[in-house]
Design a protein around this ligand. Structure first.
Ligand SMILES: NC(=O)c1ccc[n+]([C@@H]2O[C@H](COP(=O)([O-])OP(=O)(O)OC[C@H]3O[C@@H](n4cnc5c(N)ncnc54)[C@H](O)[C@@H]3O)[C@@H](O)[C@H]2O)c1
Length: 422
C-alpha cells in the first residue's frame, strides 16, 4: 500500500491521546478520524494534530458512525474496558483492522464472540500489548529459541502498580467512581492480567504449540483501598467508605498443556513501586527482573540470570551482557536510530508492528486468539476466587489450531527493522 494508512482513534483519554501522539511522527499514517465523547477533548486533539502540521481528521462522538463514514484501514480502540470487545466487534463487522488496547474482559462469552466475529469476517484484530515489545523480553525469547534455558518449566509475572489514588477518582459527574474504580469496587478478579501474561505467553508459545489449560486464583482480603481512603479522603467524598470487592493481592496459577505453570500476581491496592515481576525458569537456568522503575515515559529495568552452562558457581549474574549478546534485531535498529518516548519505547514499537500488519492486511503477531486467551484470565479468576480457589478450565479459543500453529507466528518479525519509520 503506497498511500498512508488511514487510522481512526476511538477513546482519546490519556492512553488514546498518547497513542495518537506516537502516530503523528509516522509518515505513512494519516490520522483520518477521531471519536471521543468529550467535546473539549476532541478540540484538544484537533489542535495537537494541527500543531503537528497534519491534515485535520474527521470528528465523531459515536464509534459506529465513524466506522461507516470515515473509510478507515484501521481503528485504535482505547476506551474503558467494557466497551473494548463490543467496539472491536463493530469494527470487525465493518471490515476495519482493529488495534485493541489492553484490559479486562467482562465475560468469557464476549471473548468467544470476538474470536467468532474475526473468523467469520476474515478481518484482523491485533491486541496492543506493548509489554510484549520490552527489550529484555525479546532478548529472552531469542535466548529460549537458542536453547539456553533448556526446557521451560515455570514462569512468573504480574502487575504491581500502586493505583490507590487513581482508583478513587470520580467520573465527570463528580458523584460516582470513574470506570476503573468501579471495576475494582464490584469485581474480585485479576483485573489487569495482560501486561504480565502477554510476554510470558509468548515465551511459553501459548496458542502456538502450547495453550493455557486451567487456572486457580486466590484473593487476599481487601484492606489497602479502605486504609488509603481513611487517610486521604474527606468523609463526604463519594469514594469514602466504599466496600471494595477486589482483594489486595490476587495470585493466579495458570497450567499449560505442555506442563509448565505461570504464576500471575495482581497487586494494585497497597503502597509499592511498579513491577511486572518477570521470571523465566527452565532445565538450563533462570532469569528474573530485579529492578523496575516506571516514571513518565521512561522505563528502567535491571535483571539477573543464572545459566548452568555459563554462570560461575550458583551465583546470579547481571543480565546486561546477555542483553547485548542476544539483542533482538528490531531493538538493535531501534537503539541505533534513537528510542522514542512512551513506556521506554515499547509503545512506538507496538504501533509500528500494528501499522505494518494493517498495510499488508496480514495476521498480526498478537492476534485475536491471544487477545481472547489473555483477557479471559479476568472472568476466569473471578470464577475461581468465587469458588474458593477451585480450578477452572481455560477455553481453547483456537479450537485445536494451537497444536499445528508454529511458534514463529507471533514473533515481531526481523523484517520489521526496515519498517520502523524511525
Ligand atoms: N498499554 C498500556 O500501557 C496502557 C496504559 C494506560 C491505559 N491503557 C488502556 O487504555 C484504555 C484507556 O485508558 P485511559 O487511561 O486512557 O482511560 P481514560 O478514562 O483516560 O480515557 C478513556 C476515554 O474514552 C472516552 N470514551 C468513553 N466511552 C466512549 C465511547 N463510547 N465512545 C468514544 N469515546 C469514549 C472517554 O471520554 C475518555 O476520553 C484502557 O483500556 C486501559 O487499560 C493501556
Amino acid at each position: 500500500m503506497s498511500n498512508p494508512v488511514r487510522l481512526g482513534f476511538t477513546g482519546l483519554g490519556s492512553r488514546g491521546g498518547s497513542l495518537l501522539e506516537s502516530c503523528l511522527s509516522m509518515s505513512d499514517v494519516e490520522i483520518a478520524a477521531i471519536c471521543n465523547r468529550s467535546d473539549e477533548r476532541r478540540e484538544q486533539i484537533l489542535a495537537r494534530v494541527a500543531d503537528a502540521g497534519r491534515p485535520s481528521p474527521s470528528t465523531f462522538t459515536d464509534h459506529g458512525t465513524m466506522l461507516s463514514a470515515a473509510n478507515l484501514d484501521g481503528v485504535v480502540i482505547s476506551t474503558p474496558w467494557t466497551d473494548h470487545v463490543p467496539m472491536a466487534i463493530e469494527a470487525l463487522e465493518a471490515g476495519v483492522y482493529v488495534g485493541l488496547e489492553v484490559g479486562a474482559a467482562s465475560s468469557v462469552e464476549e471473548c468467544w464472540e470476538l474470536v467468532h466475529t474475526a473468523e467469520r469476517t476474515g478481518t484482523h484484530c491485533m491486541f496492543l500489548e506493548n509489554t510484549c515489545y520490552f527489550r529484555d523480553c525479546l532478548a529472552i525469547r531469542n535466548m529460549i529459541r537458542a536453547g539456553l534455558f533448556g526446557e521451560l518449566v515455570h514462569c512468573r509475572c504480574g502487575y504491581g502498580h500502586d493505583l490507590r489514588s487513581s482508583l478513587h477518582r470520580t467520573d465527570a459527574s463528580g458523584e460516582s467512581l470513574a470506570w476503573r474504580g468501579r471495576q475494582n469496587r464490584h469485581r474480585n478478579a485479576d483485573l489487569y492480567p495482560t501486561h504480565g501474561v502477554g510476554p510470558m505467553a509468548k515465551v511459553l508459545d501459548v496458542n502456538r504449540g502450547n495453550r493455557f489449560v486451567s487456572l486457580t486464583a486466590t484473593a487476599t482480603k481487601s484492606a489497602g483501598l479502605a486504609a488509603y481512603a481513611e487517610e486521604n479522603l474527606d468523609p463526604d467524598h463519594p469514594a469514602a467508605g466504599i466496600d471494595w470487592a477486589i482483594g489486595d493481592v490476587i495470585t493466579t496459577v495458570l497450567r499449560c498443556a505442555n506442563g509448565e505453570t505461570l504464576t500471575v500476581t495482581h497487586d494494585v491496592s497497597l503502597p509499592r513501586p511498579y513491577s511486572n515481576m518477570f521470571h523465566v525458569q527452565g532445565t538450563g537456568g533462570i532469569w528474573k527482573r530485579t529492578f523496575e522503575s516506571l516514571s513518565g515515559g521512561e522505563v528502567k529495568t535491571e535483571s539477573a540470570i543464572y545459566l548452568e552452562e555459563e554462570s560461575p558457581g550458583h551465583e546470579w549474574e547481571d543480565f546486561a551482557p546477555y542483553q547485548t549478546g542476544h539483542e533482538h534485531s528490531v531493538w538493535e535498529a531501534y537503539l541505533e536510530a534513537g528510542v522514542k518516548n512512551g513506556h521506554g519505547g515499547i509503545d512506538y514499537l507496538t504501533l509500528r508492528d500494528y501499522v505494518r500488519h494493517v498495510k499488508r492486511d496480514a495476521r498480526p503477531p498478537i492476534d485475536v486468539y491471544d487477545a481472547a486467551a489473555w483477557m479471559a484470565v479476568t472472568p476466569l479468576t473471578e470464577d475461581s476466587i468465587a469458588l474458593g480457589g477451585e480450578p477452572v478450565s481455560v477455553p481453547d479459543f483456537t479450537n485445536g489450531a494451537w497444536m499445528t500453529t508454529e511458534p514463529p507466528v507471533g514473533e515481531p518479525a526481523h523484517e520489521m527493522t526496515a519498517d520502523l519509520d524511525l
